[in-house]
Design a protein around this ligand. Structure first.
Ligand SMILES: Nc1ncnc2c1ncn2[C@@H]1O[C@H](COP(=O)(O)OP(=O)(O)OP(=O)(O)O)[C@@H](O)[C@H]1O
Length: 261
């Protein structure tokens, strides 16, 4: 279970302060895929980055597997971070290192023996279906393959939680689909809790069990994903669902016209 309680974060800028998160409360069940959706600037990245302390919240608590991660320091924080994997929109791979070295990196940092690292990297590359790319450099990979390396690296230390920061936003629809399917498989096989942020309703619809809608740093709606489509309550949710319906209607119209030709 992940519990977020009254989490707040304000950025101080030259132009004044920006409230990015305003007393956020969330409850995420172990083993579920939980989506946070919102428009640009709503606070999604700040929220997910607070979960592994890439960002420091001003106040509030984040409980992950019994630990309040906001209170951890030093070695305990490093240990907790090993159990929270993260994947990014632009993959964040080490360009000068091979696929093998990228995936091995967190294991080397964690101080595992070389033989254990080799065994684990091979296992994980097999899981993400990149066993044939061990010696390849990121520049020689497609976007989808890069994200698979990112996922493999995030899973190397066998985390309990995977955070996904717009992991499919830079990918074409077909590759997005394959990465979402991979995340679903991983969630099932490893019983891994996944928290993902997105501004794409289709991503939420395809993969998430539950969701929260974030608007101007506040959670304005939460529940099962189906609820969002059947009964959107917030302005953000209504806009997202409205745009998707318009798009589907237009596509239906175009396909209908096509049939008449
Ligand atoms: N390092 C920073 N310094 C100052 N302001 C920031 C910083 N990071 C984010 N913000 C501001 O905080 C608010 C929330 O930003 P955040 O990146 O969390 O939103 P987001 O929903 O992830 O947006 P996007 O989808 O565009 O990435 C925005 O107003 C943003 O401009």
């Amino acid at each position: 279970m992940i519990l977020v309680e009254q989490l707040s974060k304000t950025y101080l800028t030259k132009k004044g302060s920006v409230s990015a998160l305003d007393r956020i409360d969330l409850q995420i069940a172990t083993g579920e895929i939980f989506g946070v959706i919102g428009v640009s600037g709503a606070g999604k990245s700040t929220l997910i980055r607070c979960m592994n302390r890439l960002e420091e919240p001003d106040s509030g608590r984040i409980w992950i597997g019994g630990d309040d991660v906001t209170q951890l320091k030093g070695r305990k924080l490093r240990k907790a971070r090993q159990k929270i994997g993260m994947i990014f929109q632009h993959f964040n791979l080490l360009d000068g290192k091979t696929v093998y070295q990228n995936v091995a990196f967190p294991l080397v940092v964690a101080g595992h023996p070389r033989e254990r690292i080799r065994q684990r990297v091979r296992e994980i590359l097999d899981l993400v279906k990149l066993s044939d790319k061990e010696g390849t450099y990121p520049a020689q990979l497609s976007g989808g393959q890069k994200q698979r390396v990112g996922i493999a690296r995030a899973l190397a230390n066998d985390p309990d939680v995977l955070l996904s920061d717009e992991a499919t936003s830079a990918l074409d629809p077909e590759t997005t689909y394959s990465i979402l399917e991979l995340l679903k498989d991983i969630n099932r096989q490893l019983k891994l809790t996944i928290v993902l942020i997105t501004h794409e309703l289709e991503v939420l619809q395809h993969i998430c069990d539950s969701m929260a809608v974030i608007e101007n740093g506040r959670i304005v709606e939460t529940g099962p994903v189906a609820k969002l489509f059947l009964n959107p309550e917030s302005d953000t949710a209504r806009k997202f669902v409205g745009v998707l319906e318009q798009y589907r209607n237009r596509r239906g119209l175009i396909e209908g016209l096509g049939e008449g030709i």
